[in-house]
Ligand binder design. Structure first.
Ligand SMILES: [Zn+2]
Length: 389
């Protein structure tokens, strides 16, 4: 029996006697924490989510209003919730869209998960800045890095995201060397921690991984090269730095969207995909806390990342723990991702046992209920059918 009052779990106990009034009988089903996606990009740009957005514009149609993008964001929020994702950490979006969506959810304008946003990603001046535009705040030198941190908080950011290395999706960037100096990276981490927010570091190559771990970031995003230096994984385990392996994004570049990326990036991603799986296993062995980060689309397909982590070597229980408790640790939220007294009642009910087959988490029709702060907010039966007219 899980008793919920005022949005929180107040008791988890064996049921003694008849169920109390106003209770819901979940006999034969599974109750578990809502899923937490620790690495998402909440964006009206759904080019990596075929079929999710409006049909492509045809020649001759009037230009689409920019504001339609906010309806795509609202659909994103609902799709996440319907898939059992009750909390999501946005690690970079254009034009502050994630912050806008977070406020729309907070103010009750649209149903959606709890959202944490980094504001803009802090990067050294780099080719990626020319590609990612308003998703980035380029900065150079420790003082400018500090200012960039302060600007994100002014913007409404919940945490800070930085680029310790270049990005695998940018042809003119080599993701192997560090992109920031140690002084610059330390300035960001010190300023963020001084002001009470956490730091997520985009890390691909080892040099950036060393800088990020040494400077005490809170999460490492991607981190595919870490298997090459087990001492770094040991340090992460000791320091409580969470790894978000984002396996799905490597599948995207290496397999799913091969026609959309420059050929050298596809070849690079094929190598990175293998490394990401090696690092997953090495991190598990080293005792590093793992989190689930889909870093892909469409919104609502997030649990495929959990499935991939299990296929990569985690047990079903370890995968579920990563997608709930581990992700909550990544976000620094002690009261979500767990079914214990005192926690926020963000819960999902499944028709099946995910420990027998975690793939049921990818099937919306098997998600019986999604409960947010004690309220039944979504379920397959409740999901509206949307078809373009
Ligand atoms: Zn990402």
């Amino acid at each position: 029996m899980v008793r919920v009052e005022d949005g929180r779990i107040v008791e988890v106990a064996e049921l003694d006697g008849a169920p109390p009034e106003n209770s819901t009988d979940l006999d034969g089903r599974t109750l578990m924490p809502g899923l937490i996606d620790a690495h998402a990009h909440l964006s009206s740009d759904i080019s990596r989510s075929p079929g999710f957005g409006p049909p492509p514009a045809l020649h001759g149609e009037l230009p689409r209003p920019r504001a339609l993008g906010y309806f795509v964001l609202a659909k994103t929020a609902r799709a996440l919730l319907a898939a059992g994702v009750t909390t999501v950490r946005d690690v970079g979006s254009y034009d502050d869209e994630a912050i806008v969506l977070r406020e729309a959810v907070r103010l009750g304008l649209v149903a959606g998960p709890r959202i944490l946003s980094c504001g803009r990603i802090i990067s050294a001046t780099a080719p990626g800045g020319a590609i990612f535009g308003s998703m980035y705040r380029e900065a150079d030198g420790p003082d400018d890095m500090r200012k960039a941190v302060r600007e994100q908080l002014r913007r409404g950011a919940d945490f800070i995201k930085l680029m310790a290395t270049g990005a695998r999706s940018v042809l003119a960037e080599d993701p192997e060397p560090a992109q920031m100096t140690a002084d610059e990276l330390c300035a960001i981490v010190n300023e963020a921690h001084r002001l009470g927010v956490r730091v997520a570091a985009h890390v691909e190559g080892l040099a950036g991984a060393r800088l990020a771990v040494d400077s005490g970031v809170d999460t490492i995003e991607h981190g595919l090269s870490l298997h090459r230096e087990p001492a770094l994984l040991d340090a992460m385990a000791r320091q409580g730095i969470v790894l978000v392996p984002t396996l799905s994004t490597f599948h995207d570049l290496a397999e799913r969207f091969t026609d959309d990326f420059a050929p050298p990036l596809v070849e690079q991603a094929k190598r990175q995909l293998q490394e990401a799986y090696l690092t997953l296993v090495a991190a598990r062995t080293a005792g590093v806390t793992l989190a689930m980060g889909h870093d892909s689309g469409p919104p609502g397909a997030n649990a495929i990342e959990l499935v991939r982590m299990v296929e990569g070597g985690l047990s079903a229980l370890e995968g579920i723990a990563a997608a709930t408790h581990g992700s909550a640790q990544a976000l620094g939220l002690p009261d979500v991702g767990t079914v214990t007294a005192g926690a926020v009642a963000d819960l999902i009910v499944l028709d099946d046992d995910p420990l027998a087959d975690v793939r049921v988490l990818c099937e919306p029709t098997r998600i019986r209920m999604v409960i947010q702060a004690g309220n039944h907010v979504a379920s397959h039966a409740r999901a509206p059918v949307l078809t373009p007219v």
